[in-house]
Design a protein around this ligand. Structure first.
Ligand code: DGJ
Length: 552
């Protein structure tokens, strides 16, 4: 009875189609989330992985839609896919309990109109240590919302982390914001993630004083922090491990007994209490709308003591304290303005912390693009985002060109990140700006790649070696993608196979809007120095597709 089989098949097909549509709709509506991917995590948006090619707005720009109007198309032209923008507590809750979401609505409207995603920065109780974004009714009520007291008893324009009133007010406002966000963006997913507070850190002392703070500091370290340190053991960040060790690796005791009676010990106390405050916000926020939430940090210079820099934030040496204090926060994320970008970024790429860079020097400092390539290729970064992005000159600028290439590579990067099939390269720069221009080596797929940042064909005094950088993606056993600028790569065998490695095919090209590779020139002659190396010349970001082969 072929007719009956046909109708059964038709019904089955309809059911299958309905299932596909329902699944696709569910994926579309599901909130952005982080998902395990190899050794790292993937940001999933609308059911698909997403890589953030971002830029953060200057602090005041998003408070005026009018001011932002000419900037949105420029940000789009710069090949950004995401803008990081503040939402201010003072603007959204000008009167206690009465919320005004105009600034949020305008941000969403304008980002959507320009096909851009947003990462929102919650400027709540603290912004760069200080408390300048809190509403007037908080600022002016010091009795209800106490300030940090320093050693001489005077107070700062910094809200105390030990006030339940302050915490609860910030929690209520942040919770209301997240609830609103779910209501207005839960289907569209314009907002990918939210940063909680901004660059928390105590100044100008390592821990606040006053009756409450002093009493807590004199008391016992919470058992959960002690347990977390013990559980992490040898994996603790070295500075904290040494400090804990030096004070007898205690399982209990006061803060001073466990971590020392100096400013470094005091900073551990500060970090814990900031983290606990943040945890209350994150838990409340996620209860309303469960999307990735993260905390950013202003980094410290070597040799400075706590109090001389914003102290107690999720700094590299305090990451374990923060992880224990706020287990619900998804990521601790560095703002990197120092020249030793690579070294600092690497500390935030941990098994329990995917790297995301919410702020970096903007592209007027042309090392930005090299840092972007490095962080995606070497450190599995979820995203990169220079600060004050709207103040850059019109595209094409170096960042726009770098993002154009990174956008083409995004599908490949998303597939390979966290799977040991990518590498990033840039010249090492020390904290004081000293450039180490020696080559770097990386082994992958049985081949040792040696990457030099000194271009063989450009006079040395015409090169800005600190800007040179790139990445490598392994596509198949012998197939690789190279991208970036100002790098030259040579190869040799690194396993028991034939020791010599030659270039079978090298070609430049672009991925078109459908992700199809469109080869340009085949590079067999001078461009590869007759097969001796792969060269991405300085001054132009590009992609080369390369097939290598082995011989004796
Ligand atoms: C880091 C802060 O997080 C930003 O909000 C801004 O103040 C920049 N510093 C300015 O360089």
């Amino acid at each position: 009875m072929p007719g009956a089989f046909d109708s059964i098949r038709r019904v089955k097909n309809l059911i299958a189609l309905a299932l596909v549509l329902v699944t696709a709709a569910a994926a579309q509506a599901a909130p952005p989330r982080l998902e395990k991917h190899g050794t790292t995590q993937q940001l999933i948006v609308d059911g698909k992985p997403f890589l953030i090619l971002g830029g953060e707005l200057g602090n005041s720009s998003a408070s005026s839609a009018e001011y932002m109007r000419p900037h949105w198309p420029r940000l789009k032209a710069m090949n950004l896919n995401t803008v990081l923008a503040p939402v201010e507590w003072d603007l959204v809750e000008p009167t206690e309990g009465k919320f005004d979401w105009t600034s949020v609505d305008e941000l969403l409207r304008d980002a959507r109109a320009h096909d851009l995603k947003l990462v929102i920065l919650w400027f709540g109780a603290w912004k760069n240590s200080m408390s300048t974004y809190v509403p007037s009714w908080v600022k002016r009520d010091q009795k209800r919302f106490p300030r940090v007291q320093i050693a001489d008893g005077s107070s700062m324009e910094i809200l105390s982390a030990f006030s339940a009133n302050t915490r609860d007010a910030d929690v209520r406002a942040f919770g209301a914001f997240m609830e609103y966000l779910k209501r207005v963006d839960g289907e569209k997913n314009t907002v990918l993630m939210v940063q909680v507070e901004n660059e928390i850190g105590m100044l100008p002392i390592a821990r606040e004083r006053g009756a409450v703070a002093d009493k807590l500091h004199g008391g016992a370290v919470p058992a959960e922090l002690m347990r977390a340190l013990a559980a992490r053991g040898e994996k603790l960040e070295p500075e904290l491990r040494e400090r804990w060790q030096k004070h007898g690796r205690k399982a209990s005791g006061t803060w001073a007994q466990a971590f020392g009676d100096d400013e470094w010990g005091a900073e551990v106390f500060t970090a814990w209490h900031y983290a606990r405050f943040v945890e209350a916000l994150v838990v409340a926020g996620k209860r309303h709308y469960d999307i990735p939430l993260f905390v950013n940090v202003a980094l410290n210079r070597t040799g400075r003591k706590p109090g001389e820099y914003p102290s107690g934030g999720p700094l590299p040496h305090l990451l374990d304290v923060w992880k224990a204090g706020t287990p619900t926060t998804d990521m601790l994320s560095p703002d990197i303005y120092f020249p030793n970008f690579a070294q600092l970024a690497a500390r935030f790429n941990r098994a329990d912390n995917v790297l995301f860079i919410p702020e970096a020097n903007n592209a007027t400092n042309s090392q930005g693009p090299a840092n972007a390539f490095f962080s995606f290729g070497e450190l599995d970064s979820l995203g990169f985002s220079p600060f004050s992005i709207e103040s850059l000159g019109d595209a094409p600028n170096a960042l726009a060109r770098a993002y154009e290439v990174l956008e083409q590579l995004t599908p490949l990067l998303l597939e390979t990140r966290g799977r040991g099939r990518t590498a990033g390269f840039r010249a090492t720069i020390q904290e004081d700006g000293t450039l180490i221009d020696s080559p770097v080596k990386k082994s992958m797929a049985g081949i040792e790649f040696t990457v030099t940042f000194i271009d063989p064909w450009t006079p040395r005094d015409k090169q800005t070696i600190g800007d040179h950088g790139g990445l490598l993606i392994q596509a198949g056993e012998e197939d690789f993608w190279f991208a970036g600028q100002g790098i030259t790569v040579t190869f040799k065998g690194a396993d028991s196979g034939p020791p010599l490695v030659g270039i079978d095919i090298a070609e430049e090209g672009v991925f078109d809007e459908n992700g199809v590779w469109k080869p340009g020139r085949r590079l067999n002659g001078d461009q590869t120095h007759q097969g001796r190396h792969i060269r991405l010349p300085p001054g132009q970001f590009q992609i080369q597709k390369v097939r290598l082969y082995r011989y004796r």
